[in-house]
Design a protein around this ligand. Structure first.
Ligand SMILES: [Zn+2]
Length: 307
């Protein structure tokens, strides 16, 4: 396998989405079954792409990505969440050295969502996510959501939540998650390891306030989908705000994050862009591309990465 720039072990991509083959084959059916998926994945206009297990591994090899961390999908329907989890369980069972899974759950399913998280914990998943309040129809203050978060903290499951920015244009999938909700969550459950996707929707800025930083000590930010919105300078800027040790490389593969340049999804373009345009030092790149995620994943759920 191609090695990363770090020279010891490859890149860990904390934010990808692998879909069951039936979803890939019958996109229109799933767009009808789940209206939010229909908004994001409408085959006529979407930048969503799909990869089979073999395609993903081949593209990861090309880019020096050692571990593909699959976020679930924010399905509304509990049955679809379970179906997606069964598929990811199959992938991590067949390729434990390449795939790591986060569980699809919708807190609106109440106790069933907690049981599903526990089922996934037993199956060796690292966490729950990507959860999406707007897409799944819940709020960061909902009792069901908070119960699920409490259970996740007890099992040491990581949590990844989609974070949207409160400003800027409206686009399919924009979910302006209120950032004070994430702060409240971190305050309520200080031991919960929280990954806020898409740079936390601007929350890193407030970590310059020492009291907020202390509260957010177990909060991390991923870079999923970044080129769709931000200039590459965001890497250096957020490193300046929160430190490289709180940033995790995530791509949102197989989403086309460079829709003008890409026909098909790949990992390489974004990774090269970060190395060339991100303005980061070598040791910061090592933390962001690998070490931070490794540390989190090694203590997640029942996972033991053996690296
Ligand atoms: Zn997202």
């Amino acid at each position: 396998m191609q090695l990363s720039h770090a020279g010891q072990g490859g890149i860990i991509d904390i934010h990808t989405h692998m879909f069951p083959p039936d979803v890939i084959r019958n996109q229109e059916k799933y767009c009808r079954l789940d209206t939010y998926f229909g908004v994001l994945a409408d085959p006529k206009c979407t930048i969503q792409r799909y990869a089979t297990c073999e395609e993903a591994v081949a593209l990861a090899d090309e880019a020096g990505v050692e571990k593909i961390v699959m976020q679930g999908w924010y399905w509304r329907d509990h049955g679809l969440c379970r179906y997606h989890n069964d598929y990811m369980h199959d992938l991590i069972s067949r390729h434990p050295e390449r795939f790591i899974a986060f569980a699809s759950v919708n807190p609106r399913a109440g106790w069933r969502a907690i049981w599903e998280m526990e089922r996934c914990y037993e199956m060796g998943f690292a966490g729950v996510g990507e959860m999406g309040p707007g897409g799944q129809g819940w709020d960061l203050n909902d009792k069901d959501f908070l119960n699920l978060m409490e259970a996740a903290a007890k099992c040491n499951m990581l949590v990844n939540i989609h974070a949207g920015e409160p400003v800027g244009k409206i686009y399919p999938g924009k979910d302006p998650t209120p950032i004070q909700g994430f702060y409240e969550l971190a305050r309520r459950l200080p031991d919960l390891k929280l990954i806020l996707a898409h740079w936390g929707g601007g929350l890193p800025y407030f970590e310059l306030w020492p009291e907020v930083r202390e509260t957010m000590k177990n909060v991390y930010y991923d870079s999923a989908g970044s080129p769709l919105l931000y200039k590459m300078g965001v890497f250096k800027a957020v490193t300046g705000l929160v430190g490289a040790e709180k940033i995790l490389f995530g791509s949102d593969f197989p989403l086309l994050v460079y829709p003008r340049k890409q026909r098909e999804a790949d990992f390489t373009l974004f990774i090269e862009d970060i190395k060339e345009q991100g303005g980061l030092k070598e040791d910061e790149l090592t933390l962001i591309f690998r070490e931070n995620s490794l540390k989190l994943l090694n203590n997640a759920g029942k996972l033991n990465l053996n690296v």
